[in-house]
Design a protein around this ligand. Sequence first.
Ligand SMILES: [Zn+2]
Length: 546
Amino acid sequence: MNITFLGATKTVTGSNILIETKTKKFIMDCGLYQGQQKETMLNSEDFLFNPKDIDFVLLSHAHIDHSGRIPKLYVDGFRGPVYATKATCDLCSIMLPDSGYIQEAEIEWLNRKRKREGKHELPPLYTYNDAIDSLALFESVQYGEIFQIDSNIKVRFTDAGHMLGSSLIEVWVIEDGKEQKIVFTGDLGNNDIPLLREPSKIDDADILIMESTYGNRIHENNGDKAREFLDVVSTTLERGGNVIIPSFAVGRTQEILYEIQKSKQSDDENFKKEFDEIMNAKVYVDSPLATSATEVFLKNLDCLDEEVQEDIREGKKPLDFNGLRFTQSVDESKELNMTANQSIIISASGMCEVGRIKHHLKHNLWRKDSTILFVGYQAVGTLGRKIVDGAKKVKIFGEEISVNADVRYIEAFSGHADRNGLLAFVDSFKSKPKQIYLVHGDEEAQSCLSDELEHKFGIPVGIPSFGDVYEIDIDRIRKTAELHSPNENKYIRLEVIEKMQTLREELEDMTAIVSEDLKQETTDEKVNELMSKLKSLELQIVDILK
Ligand SMILES: [Zn+2]
C-alpha cells in the first residue's frame, strides 16, 4: 500500500492524505488551505490524483481546513461516498455551502479588480450550489462501529474530542493475506474543552498519522479563564457598555453560551449577588452561521460530555437561558447596532475580517464604556489582530474609527492537545505504532515533537513534505517518490509580495501612532531614537531596491 501526503505537510491547513491499496484508492480529509495568499493559491491547484479514481473519502471533522475542498473534489468528478459522523455531516451541511458563498464573494471582488486591469475573469473554486450538490455524497457513521468497505478494508471512527463530531479514524487493510492498521488522528482534542468529551484511546496501530499543531507548546491552566471572562463582562455591563465578542461560529460561540448559561443558572447566592449584571444581561448571537451551528449542537446532544448529559437529566435545556436571542435578518442586526446597551453581542467572523461583527465594531470601538473581548487566535494582517495589537485607529467600511473601547484578549480553551497531550496519546497505545508520521503542524513544532517521540518511545518519526509517497509493507517502509506541483516556483514570489504588504500595513500603524503623539506626550529622546531606526531602515530599503 502507498501513502501520499498531499496537504497539511509542515503547515496547519489543507489536510489531505491519499491511500492506495491493491483494491481501493481513498483519501482521508480534503481540506482547504487557509491563511496567507501563498497558501490559499494552493487551493485552486489540480489534485495530484484523478478525483474520478477515488473510491471513497474518510472525513475526520467538519473544520474547513479538513473538509473545505470536498466540493472541489465533487466538481472535479469524484462521486464516491464521504464517510463521517452524523454531527460532522450536519455541520458540513452548513459550513460547506457557507464556504462556497465565500468563494463566490472573494472571486467576485478579485474579478472586479482583474477587469479594471484588463485581465480575464477567474471562476470561483466552487460555488454555493456545488457545495450543496456535494452534500449528497455524505454518509453518516456511528462512533465506535466497525464498518466494512470491502473484504479487505474496514474502518472505525471514535471521538477525537476536538470539535462536535470530530473523529480519530482507524483503518485496517489486508493485502497479500497480511493485515496492517493505520490510525489518523485528524485533529486531537484536549481533555477539558467545555461541552466535549475527552479523546478516545486507541489500542494499537502499525502506522500512526498524527497532528502536531502544539507539538512544542504546553497550554496554560484553564482554571482562571472562566473567572476572567465573568469579571470582564460584568465590569463592562456595570459601566453601561456593550461586550462585543468576535467569535468563531462553530465551537467557540457554543462554549461561550454554555459559560453564560452556567452563570445565569447558578444557585450560589453570593455568586448571584457578585454577578447580578450578568444574571439580567441580554445576550445576542448575531451570526446566521453561529445560529445554525448552535442548532446542530442541539440536534447532536448525545455527542456532548457528561456534564451536559447531567444537565439534561436535571431538566435543564442546554445552550438556552433567559435573555438569549438569536437575530436572523439584516434588519434585526442593524437595529441591534443602533439600540444595544448593556448587552453581550456574540458575532462572527472570529478575526473580524468579514460578517456582521464589523458593524458592531464600528458602533462600539469608539465607545469608552464598551469592551471588545477576543476569545480566539487572531492571524497576522487581520482587523482583529490590529485591534488586539493596540491600533489607535482602524478603518472599517472606509471610515476611520478611533479605538476607545477596552480591548481584552482571553485565550480560549484550545481545541488541540498540547505537547503533553500528544505524548500521552501515543503513550496510551497498548501496542505502540511501528512508525509515526507528523502532519498539521509547523516545522518547529514538528521537529520538537519528533525528537520527543523518538527519545521517549523509540518509534521512528517521519515529517513528510508535500507530495512524499511512502510504500508501506509489513516489515519495510520506504519513500518511493516525491510528487511535485507544476506551479511551485511562483509561490516564492507571492511570499515576497505578502511580506511587502505586511510591512506597509505596519508602517501605516506606526504613522497613526506618531500622528496621535503630535501633542508631544512622548519624550523627544524616544522620538529621536525612532528617527534613527527609520533612517537605517531607509538605507536598507535603498539597498534592496538596488
Ligand atoms: Zn480542526
